[in-house]
Write a protein that binds this ligand. Structure first.
Ligand code: BES
Ligand code: MN
Ligand code: ZN
Length: 505
């Protein structure tokens, strides 16, 4: 999809379809819809008074406006997108609507379309963020993972040309800024989706490392990949223990972006769980739905992908991305329940359940970040099935030891429309991780499964400001919801990009 910004009167725009919008309850449209309405002799007002258009959210009405009938109106069709209530209209609404629009356009076989930015008029959004949301909605809403579909040739192709049209020349440059950001944010989120959707036989730890190396090469970043011998030498017994049950070599990925080189301490470490397949290990998972565990590197995918956008947007901040990538397999040399491993920071861990592997790999990734003087750590992990039990699949639980960093994460997640909610790290659940034989055990028993996992990681973060985002329920969806298409969502890639931008200010 090629996205361009054009200054033009909407009646003059060169496109198969012009997309305008309407808030609920409006009887005589204003703005672009008003201009179109007049050019079409009051056709839209008539459809409103006839009750065919109400402006309700996600209502889409396609009107044919052939040149023979409307010689002074260039587009041959108009799509009126309902925006719902103008009260509380935000960029998230705009993003959702744009996603619905782009799929509708594809469904009717449109190749080129122009749209105004949603909500910049009565909705009161600034033109730049509204444009960003429209672009994100289009690029994310149109997303499909078709790489392995070779036979269905009937499939409709994507909209090729998408134009943002604005008549006011004073708004063009801020719209262009929003569009550029929207493209960078979305392309990153799409990269994360592609990695998560990729089957485990096509995406090994080495393939994930190759992706990180490619992102680094394309964007002038430094990328270090440590091998098993290297991480063993560093004392990463928790990470190595997870890896030893399968034949594919582990990779420890470290990407560096230096946006503030003279001030090394002005840094943010983004750590992503990178389990390229989670069978559960010796504590084997049940068969049903196990295929979804190809996506257990969703955290790693999102931090690597976020780095792609960060390196393009160049915030004044040093950003480090770490992903301890490995399979979790039940081979003959796999670790056993009851084993004790020693993490990089010297703490000993009793392996109570080999399926609680994510926290083990994160423990050593955090140990590494701390050994390199991390000042702020944010980890992202498909960590616990309990996240879905707690908050469903629309909101990711967040934990942390530093209110300022937690709030920064929550604010950015809100700004980009990737819902998160903070849960407490209370002292009662913390005790559930105690072991009789080691410093800690890797499970916390019944109750508060997401919290006990977070407590485990907190012990390794220590007093370094740290936030943990559990995306187990939000990283993949069974069916399409707004800009989140079925399969991988790419969440929380855009939040991480936004966080880096915010912390740089
Ligand atoms: N990768 C899973 C968590 C998960 C579950 C992600 C469902 C996505 C969808 C994680 O490694 C895991 O297996 N967690 C266990 C922990 C338990 C053994 C303490 C869980 O949630 O059941
Ligand atoms: Mn597991
Ligand atoms: Zn896992």
């Amino acid at each position: 999809m090629e996205i361009t910004v054009v200054q033009s009167d909407v009646t003059e725009i060169e496109a198969d379809v012009l997309v305008v919008n309407l808030f609920e309850g409006i009887t005589s449209p204003s703005g672009a819809a008003g201009v179109v309405d007049s050019a079409l002799g009051g056709l839209i007002s008539e459809l409103i008074s006839d009750g065919e258009i109400s402006g309700s959210a996600s209502e889409l009405t396609l009107i044919h406006t052939p040149n023979s009938a409307y010689p002074n109106f260039k587009p041959s069709r108009v799509l009126v997108a309902g925006l719902g209530s103008s009260k509380g209209f935000n960029t998230d609404n705009a993003r959702k609507i744009s996603a619905g629009v782009i799929r509708k356009l594809r469904a009717v076989g449109v190749q080129s379309a122009a749209t105004i930015v949603h909500g910049a008029g009565i909705g009161d959004l600034d033109a730049s963020s509204s444009a960003q949301a429209v672009v994100e909605g289009a690029l994310l809403g149109a997303y499909r993972f078709l790489k392995y579909r070779t036979t269905d040739k009937q499939r409709k192709s994507d909209v090729a040309q998408f134009t943002i049209v604005e008549s006011d020349s004073a708004k063009i440059s801020s719209i262009q800024t929003g569009v550029d950001r929207g493209i960078a944010y979305s392309e990153a989120e799409v990269l994360a989706r592609d990695l998560v959707n990729e089957p485990a036989n096509k995406l090994s730890p080495a393939d994930l490392a190759d992706t990180a190396i490619r992102v680094a090469t394309e964007n002038g970043l430094d990328c270090t990949v440590l091998e098993e011998a290297d991480v063993t030498a560093l004392g990463m017994g928790a990470f190595v223990g997870v890896s030893q049950g399968g034949p594919r070599p582990l990779k420890f990925i470290h990407l560096t972006y230096e946006g503030d080189k003279p001030n090394a301490e002005n840094n943010l470490w983004l750590i992503g769980k990178g389990i390229t397949f989670d069978s559960g290990g010796i504590s084997l998972k049940p068969g049903a739905g196990m295929g979804k565990m190809k996506g257990d590197m969703g955290g790693g995918a999102s931090v690597i992908a976020a780095m792609q956008a960060i390196s393009r947007l160049k915030p004044q901040l040093n950003v480090h991305v770490v992903c301890a990538a490995t399979d979790n397999m039940p081979g003959g040399s796999a670790q056993r329940p009851g084993d004790v491993v020693t993490a990089m920071n010297g703490m000993t861990i009793e392996i109570d359940n080999t399926d609680a592997e994510g926290r083990l790999t994160l423990a050593d990734a955090i140990g590494y970040a701390k050994s390199k003087d991390a000042v702020r750590i944010v980890d992202v992990a498909t960590l616990t099935g309990a996240a879905r039990v707690a908050l469903g699949d629309g909101v990711s639980p967040v934990f942390g030891n530093d209110d300022e960093l937690v709030n920064a994460v929550l604010e950015t997640s809100e700004a980009v429309g990737e819902s998160m909610w903070r849960l407490p790290l209370d002292s009662v659940t913390k005790r559930q991780n105690s072991s009789k034989i080691a410093d800690l055990k890797n499970t916390g028993g019944r109750g508060g499964g997401s919290t006990t996992a977070a407590h485990f990681i907190a012990d390794f973060a220590g007093d370094t400001p740290w936030v943990h985002i559990d995306v187990a329920a939000t990283s993949m969806l069974d069916s399409t919801r707004g800009w989140m298409t079925a399969g991988a969502t790419g969440v929380p890639t855009r939040s991480l990009i936004e966080l880096a931008m915010k912390l740089a200010k």
